[in-house]
Design a protein around this ligand. Structure first.
Ligand code: IMP
Length: 404
């Protein structure tokens, strides 16, 4: 049984889209298992840029793409995304779990309301209704795609949601939801059973997490997190498959660190250096356009990500960007109360950070290799893929993965 689960090692925006796109051609099936349209997995195809928000980023490469039960779906967005993607691949096989929850306009309003309520302590969400959609899922008043089979049930569910949130909705809204539903109805499936059957029959699958390890609702810098499981543990509940199907894990890390929204960021940099790195890496949110906070690579953070996700392999992205930056530093350990700390703790920021400096490598392969080897040695995990440019095929192989 060959499966590979891919996760982000930092705060999201690690460049997962490009790595998934690259890997997907070697897999029969590509599955997205968490989050919603808060994600924006970017792939540059020729002179066009695809930003996958809900559809798996291996859409072009894998034979079948699956949106499993752990994803929360804004139907309008999904319809638009499928329409947009048709120009790149006319004959595609998409399967969507009927168990997936739907993000409604009430969830959008609730997201905005909760952020306003927090005032200065706001999370800085993408305002795409993601937290509320999971909140209603776990509160047992969510709306699933299966509820659309019966419009009366759908209406009852919306009424309950409206009462709980104290937010009214217009009856016409149901019609527009149903209209969108009708456009995706043909893709609905029992994806859990489908995946189980296919994997047992020897098909291969790539599972992709959205967002990054340290905005996981359990393991991240709570409360400055998203509301889903972004770590490798999320793949079992997010697909409904038992853990026996997952044994190999790859983490994607950017050669430096970025974060959108609020929350702890030990290696963050400010001022002109930050502006320069942000500009070099075009670090603006794929979903919201917000400027991303930027900082140095944080090895203690990656050490923790390796353990939390059981990583077998790493992909390092945007090394070309960092190679142009003239002040390259890497956090190798922290200090707190005079004691050296080797691993990131999402609950407590460090007092001090110990850095090592590197010379910019520009186009020098040798110097880049030193950087890659340094990270590999520190983490004890092979870096098998290196992202060296924006274009789809700007990837260097640095070793082989064994998935069985
Ligand atoms: P939410 O997921 O919209 O609720 O936002 C919660 C936090 O996660 C905010 O700090 C967002 O900026 C962050 N976030 C959500 N999705 C992504 C993503 O795809 N990449 C990076 N950060 C994200």
């Amino acid at each position: 049984m060959e499966t590979l689960t891919l996760v982000g090692c930092q705060f999201g925006d690690e460049g997962k889209g490009k790595i998934i796109d690259y890997l997907s051609k070697d897999f029969d099936i590509n599955v997205r298992f968490n989050g919603g349209e808060n994600a924006g997995h970017t792939v540059v195809v020729g002179d066009k840029t695809i930003k996958y928000h809900l559809v798996p980023a291996g859409f072009l490469g894998a034979k079948t793409v699956v949106i499993s039960n752990g994803v929360v779906i804004n139907l309008r967005k999904l319809v638009e995304e499928i329409d947009f993607l048709k120009q790149f691949k006319g004959n595609f096989d998409l399967k969507i779990s009927e168990m997936a929850h739907v993000v409604t306009e009430l969830h959008f309003k609730r997201d905005k309301y909760l952020e306003q309520l927090r005032g200065a302590g706001l999370i800085g969400t993408t305002l795409k209704g993601i937290g509320p959609a999971y909140e209603s899922k776990f509160g047992r008043y969510g709306i699933r795609l299966v509820d659309f089979r019966d419009v009366n049930r759908l209406k009852e569910n919306l009424d309950l949601l409206s009462k709980i949130y104290q937010i009214p909705y217009d009856e016409k809204y149901i019609d527009s939801l149903v209209q969108d539903y009708n456009q995706i109805k043909g893709y609905l499936f029992d994806t859990r059973s489908y995946l189980e059957t296919e994997l047992e029959a020897g098909k291969t699958a790539l599972f992709e997490a959205a967002q990054g390890t340290f905005i996981d609702v359990e393991s991240g810098t709570y409360p400055f997190v998203t509301s889903s499981h972004t770590t490798s543990g999320g793949v079992t509940v997010g697909t409904g498959l038992s853990p026996k199907y997952f044994s190999k894990f790859i983490g994607v890390a950017k050669a430096y660190t970025t974060r959108v929204g609020e929350g702890m960021f030990p290696t963050e940099i400010f001022g002109t250096d930050a502006d320069k790195l942000r500009k070099l890496g075009n670090e603006f949110g794929a979903t919201t356009g917000r400027p991303r906070r930027v900082g140095y690579l944080d090895i203690p953070m990656l050490r923790k990500a390796v353990k939390l996700n059981s990583l077998d392999y790493l992909a390092l992205t945007k090394v070309d960007v960092l190679g142009k930056f003239d002040n390259i530093k890497v956090a190798v350990s922290y200090e707190s109360n005079g004691t050296e700390i080797k691993e990131f703790d999402p609950m407590h920021g460090p007092d001090r950070i110990n850095y090592e400096s590197f010379k910019p490598w520009g186009g020098s392969e040798g110097k880049l290799q030193d950087y890659v080897e340094f990270i590999q040695d520190e983490l004890g995990v092979p870096i098998v893929l290196i992202g060296v440019g924006e274009k789809r095929d700007a990837i260097e192989l640095n070793g082989k993965m064994v998935l069985t």
